[in-house]
Design a protein around this ligand. Structure first.
Ligand code: BMX
Ligand code: ZN
Length: 299
């Protein structure tokens, strides 16, 4: 039997069917269109469930952007990215509507579990996961379990303040990490410095062509990224950090930029035992992690 898995990011919704052994049997995606608000988003979710629903579904597993209390399946905080999203108890809505078990957990918490179950953190029990996307998200796994925190909103790495009186963030504060080190921030920085609007892939294509301007831009952005990473390294002294999000497709190339930058900010004894890995399950990690939690719930 399979699970309907849905991963709601700030830009894209990835969805598909995951088996109880962790195989992604089918997957597809559509645009989130976050600014259209929660009612539109719910319609998209219902459309996905209708498309994939058969009488042999174990349940619905949802991974989503936002601060989420996974124990009750409710969005309890976050930025204003999806108007109306905060306060939504998606688990209640889905269980009532479809009479199958459902789970909802933060997207990067799910990505961490997905990578532990079937990817770069296989066999690891203590590690951090950080994703670089519309925002920056985090997941902390200790002894094989998510560290959720007192009110279930731990590991929101994206809102660590790294610049005093800096750029305005959607959370209401200024100078947040994600305003400087997300993919959104890389695109903004590139546009500011060149006057041209390129997407992430195009920016890295320019870097691979040895375009000095874009090499400078990527290095500046990476410097912000490692400002946050170094803080996390000093707090957790981790043996593994898994980096996810679209840019992780840049693989070893980007990893070496991050590593060189970290060497200038973090003491050697922390780096000697630290492995940085790019996520292996890319777009599937959130769906896998949510499915992992659904299997735990129905066990
Ligand atoms: C934001 C925050 C996190 C999320 C992270 C990555 C909101 C709506 N989201 O910091 O909960 O994990 O972004 O999400 O407050 P993404 O949109 O980049 O996938
Ligand atoms: Zn913020």
């Amino acid at each position: 039997m399979n699970i309907i898995a849905i991963d709601i990011g700030g830009t894209e919704i990835k969805y598909g069917l995951v088996s109880s052994r962790g195989e992604v049997i089918f997957s597809s995606s559509l645009l989130t269109e976050a600014s259209k608000g929660v009612e539109q988003l719910l319609e998209k979710i219902y459309g996905i469930v209708e498309e994939l629903k058969t009488n042999r579904i174990l349940g619905i597993a949802v991974s989503a952007t936002g601060q989420i209390d996974g124990s009750i399946g409710k969005v309890v905080g976050g930025t204003d990215l999806i108007p109306g999203w905060i306060g939504t108890n998606l688990v209640e809505i889905l269980e009532k509507r479809y009479s199958v078990p459902a789970v909802l957990e933060n997207d990067v918490n799910c990505a961490a579990l997905g990578e532990m179950w079937m990817g770069a953190a296989k066999g690891k029990e203590n590690f951090l996961c950080l994703t670089i996307g519309t925002g920056i998200g985090g997941g902390i796994v200790l002894k094989g379990e998510l560290l959720r925190g007192e009110s279930s909103v731990a590991a929101e790495f994206g809102h660590i303040q790294i610049v005093k009186n800096g750029l305005q963030c959607g959370c209401g504060n200024r100078g947040c990490y994600q305003s400087y080190a997300s993919t959104t921030a890389l695109l903004r920085l590139a546009e500011e410095k060149t006057g041209k609007k390129l997407n992430g892939k195009e920016i890295f294509d320019e870097v691979h062509k040895n375009n000095k301007k874009y090499i400078e831009i990527v290095n500046e952005w990476a410097d912000y990224l490692t400002d946050g990473l170094s803080t996390l390294i000093y707090i957790f002294n981790p043996s593994l950090i898994v980096i996810g999000g679209g840019v992780s497709k840049q693989g070893e190339f980007l990893k070496s930029i991050f590593q060189k930058s970290l060497e200038k900010k973090v003491m050697k004894n922390y780096l000697d035992i630290l492995e940085i890995k790019m996520a292996e399950r890319g777009n599937d990690a959130g769906m896998l992690g949510a499915s992992y939690l659904l299997l735990e719930k129905i066990k």
